[in-house]
Design a protein around this ligand. Structure first.
Ligand code: ADP
Length: 435
């Protein structure tokens, strides 16, 4: 279930609980009104005549209001409302309880309320635990499976309230249960529809990305042949335009690859090919391929990763992708002539890598958004730096798939330091080198 579906279900359950509480409040107000009516009846006997006539067996006004309350509770069909004695045995039963749980009052009165729990819950002591909590805190609320007379289970929301007499002795419990099965079904259908839409979206992205890659490869392949003048000489202007075409195709390929990665991550189909690798070599390779981006901005791209780090085990291509993303961002978000340092050290059981820049920095309130899909601090269409807002989210997934962590420390105007860790394998010696 996705976070969104879970949130939605949680919201619906909250709503159902609020409705249930509201119904209980109304029931309680009604009871007070009946009790009040009973008391005032002492003074205005006239008003009580019809009630006494309707319920001839009733005696005092208190008895009468209690009886009214009982009749009212008994006729509620949406909720199972019943009382337990101090030992958890059923002493009253209403229409709702009969409808929801399937027992007639004659067959259930006097039986322990644990009958409504699954054998696993009974074995785990849940019925007694709920009563003990109600005793301790006055009331307890529980959302869980219950069992009907015919053995079928239903999803229920129950409140147990301890009943205490004037001397402070426990006299029993009031229990109100609501069957949420129908609501559960509706929610499940909705969630299944959402999941289906999600699967279709993933398939769409995946097919589209594959289909886009072939024409992009044609553009870059044939463009490079032309640029290398394999089929004939080009003018300077033609070279310039061709490089713009190639750069556009590269950006497009990056976007398509990011979308493919996103769909694989979201579908849980992300595979790593772990092998031992030398982190310093991977870092050197990633930095040299970004040198061409840093040069036009006269930036200092400093590789401070020490040699001789113990080998890591992981997917070197994917770790290179993380470094490319972090350094690429550092170049994008640092003004001309800035400095970018890439460092690494051993920190206990992990290797820690830092990419530090002297760029625009990030406000503290924006930091939590960064590692989520499609999030960019400057979301305006006029933002100077391009990009999809997927890079950091993909980097986070890649680092976490290796058992590491990723984060950032930043100060607006002063620069940012993005860091990530990768766990070292057991048995590898861990000399500690300061950054
Ligand atoms: P993209 O770079 O494609 O927009 P990312 O997920 O890599 O997507 O980055 C998300 C956002 O995080 C960027 O758009 C930018 O707002 C912010 N960001 C990332 N790295 C830096 C950095 N080094 N300095 C300042 N802001 C950054």
């Amino acid at each position: 279930m996705s976070d969104h579906d879970r949130d939605q279900l949680a919201r619906k359950l909250d709503q159902a609980l609020a409705e249930r509480d509201q119904a209980l409040r109304e029931l309680s107000q009604l009871r007070q009104q009946i009790v009040a009516a009973g008391t005032s009846g002492d003074r205005h006997e006239q008003h009580e005549q019809p009630l006494t006539a309707e319920y001839p067996l009733l005696g005092t006004n208190n008895q009468r209001s209690d009886e009214l309350f009982r009749v009212m509770v008994e006729s509620v069909v949406d909720y199972a409302i019943f009382m337990l004695d101090a030992n958890g045995r059923i002493v009253t039963w209403n229409k709702g309880a009969e409808r929801i749980k399937g027992y007639q009052d004659a067959e259930i009165l006097g039986k322990p309320y644990a009958l409504f729990f699954s054998p696993e819950d009974v074995q785990a002591g849940k019925p007694q635990r709920l009563l003990a909590q109600a005793r301790q805190f006055g009331r307890v609320e529980d959302l869980g499976w219950r069992v009907r007379k015919d053995g079928t289970r239903f999803w229920a929301d129950a409140v147990i309230t301890a009943l205490i007499d004037a001397q402070g002795n426990l006299t029993g419990y009031a229990k109100v249960t609501r069957d949420l099965t129908e609501f559960e079904h509706l929610e499940r259908e909705k969630i299944e529809a959402l999941q289906q839409a999600d699967i279709l979206k993933d398939q769409f992205i995946s097919i589209l990305s594959h289909e886009l890659r072939t024409p992009i490869n044609s553009i870059t392949g044939f463009g490079s042949i032309l640029d290398d003048e394999v089929v004939g000489p080009l003018t300077e202007k033609q070279h310039e335009y061709l490089r713009k075409i190639l750069s556009g195709a590269d950006t497009l390929l990056g976007l398509v690859n990011d979308l493919l990665d996103l769909s694989r991550i979201q579908a849980g189909r992300f595979h790593l090919s772990p092998q031992p690798f030398d982190f310093a070599l991977v870092a050197a390779d990633a930095l040299s391929s970004l040198q061409a981006l840093a040069e036009p901005k006269h930036m200092h791209l400093l590789n401070e990763v020490p040699q001789g780090l113990p080998p890591l085990v992981g997917d070197a291509q994917r770790i290179r992708q993380v470094l490319l993303n972090l350094v690429n961002n550092a170049i994008k978000f640092t003004p001309d002539e800035g400095t970018i340092r890439v460092r690494a050290c051993l920190d206990g059981a992990v290797l820690r890598c830092e990419v530090q820049d002297t760029g625009i920095g990030i406000a503290t309130e924006d930091i939590p958004k960064l590692f989520k899909p499609f999030s960019q601090v400057d979301m305006s269409s006029t933002r100077p730096a391009g990009g999809t807002g997927l890079g950091l989210m993909i980097s986070k997934s890649l680092v976490e798939a290796h058992g590491g962590q990723i984060g950032v420390e930043s100060q607006p105007g002063a620069g940012s330091t993005f860091w990530f860790t990768l766990p070292l394998q057991h048995g590898v010696p861990l000399p500690t080198a300061p950054l």
